[in-house]
Design a protein around this ligand. Structure first.
Ligand code: SIN
Length: 295
């Protein structure tokens, strides 16, 4: 397998310790778990999404493990502005704060709480199952541009995490770019559902949820490939990554860095495992790999 040169890398206005980033929502609800993922070898970490009001989330069951993925409908539970205290122990670390809102003003308000503690913001315009938030913003290019612009005015790097649940993801990526985004993150979960034959009812309390894990990796590859071809700003791959080979494949599609989420379930040492395989003393320059499938 190809190996890369190791070392810090600058992507979307943030200096990452390596190409691997903890994805939002997984082990990112408190400062100590974010710090642990950095110690375990993540190049940067993204927090759980923080919104304008505290939320307890959807009624359970909220998460179901499937054969090749995870179906969740957490419902954006978060402590809102109280999350600030969690970041006290992470000053100077590469922590990206994921934020959401129902309109540009709410995005601006939430961003204002973290201007001094975030290395960057990741805008969640892509959760597929939270009424008034997430993909309800992220399927409307005008709203995506306005929400991105509302956060860009803080002069911190802005990453926009996109939903695959659209006909043309490049239209939304270009809208984020026009709003001042420094990077695009592709993809959030795929809207999905399972029904239990035993109880003859949906398995999730919210009925619909978002599918992550191995099952969605080919969708992530396709979305990263399309965005790399259509946009000028860096693309960060996300969705079903569980190995160094997956990281390289997303980089060949056009990803400058890669987020990892579901595969950490039950394997918190995964960052160390992947970096051990991804980097080598005779490694090639990452620039040779990023987007090479387009040539
Ligand atoms: C959730 O908290 O509901 C998941 C967040 C997301 O899908 O973006």
């Amino acid at each position: 397998m190809i190996q890369l040169q190791s070392g810090p890398v600058e992507v979307g206005g943030v200096t990452l310790r390596n190409h691997l980033i903890l994805a939002a929502g997984v082990l990112g609800t408190c400062g100590s778990s974010l710090a642990r993922m950095l110690r375990e070898g993540a190049g940067a970490v993204v927090s759980k999404s923080i919104g304008p009001e505290p939320r307890s989330g959807h009624a359970g069951p909220c998460l179901v493990v499937l054969e090749d993925g995870v179906l969740n409908a957490m419902g954006l539970p978060n402590p809102s502005s109280d999350f600030r205290g969690e970041l006290d122990q992470l000053k100077g670390e590469p922590v990206i704060v994921s934020i959401f809102g129902g309109n540009p003003d709410e995005f601006g308000t939430v961003a204002s709480w973290f201007v001094d503690s975030a290395a960057a913001f990741e805008l969640n315009v892509s959760c597929p199952h939270a009424s008034g938030y997430g993909a309800q913003i992220g399927t409307n290019p005008d709203l995506v541009e306005a929400c991105t612009a509302a956060v860009s005015r803080f002069h911190k790097p802005v990453w926009v995490k996109l939903t695959p649940n659209v006909t043309d993801i490049t239209t939304v990526g270009i809208a984020a770019q026009d709003g001042g985004a420094n990077a695009l993150v592709a993809i959030n979960t795929v809207k999905a559902m399972r029904i239990s034959p035993e109880i003859r009812k949906p398995v999730l309390g919210n009925r619909f949820g978002g599918l992550s894990g191995k099952a969605i990796f080919p969708i992530a590859v396709r979305c990263v490939y399309e965005l790399y071809g259509a946009c000028e700003i860096p693309v960060i791959g996300c969705g079903g990554v569980s190995s160094a080979a997956d990281v390289l494949e997303l980089m060949m599609a056009g990803a400058s860095a890669v987020e990892i989420g579901s595969a950490l379930r039950g394997n918190p040492g995964l960052f160390r495992e992947i970096t051990g395989n991804l980097y080598g003393t005779d490694g090639i320059s990452p620039a040779e790999i990023v987007g090479c499938a387009h040539d």
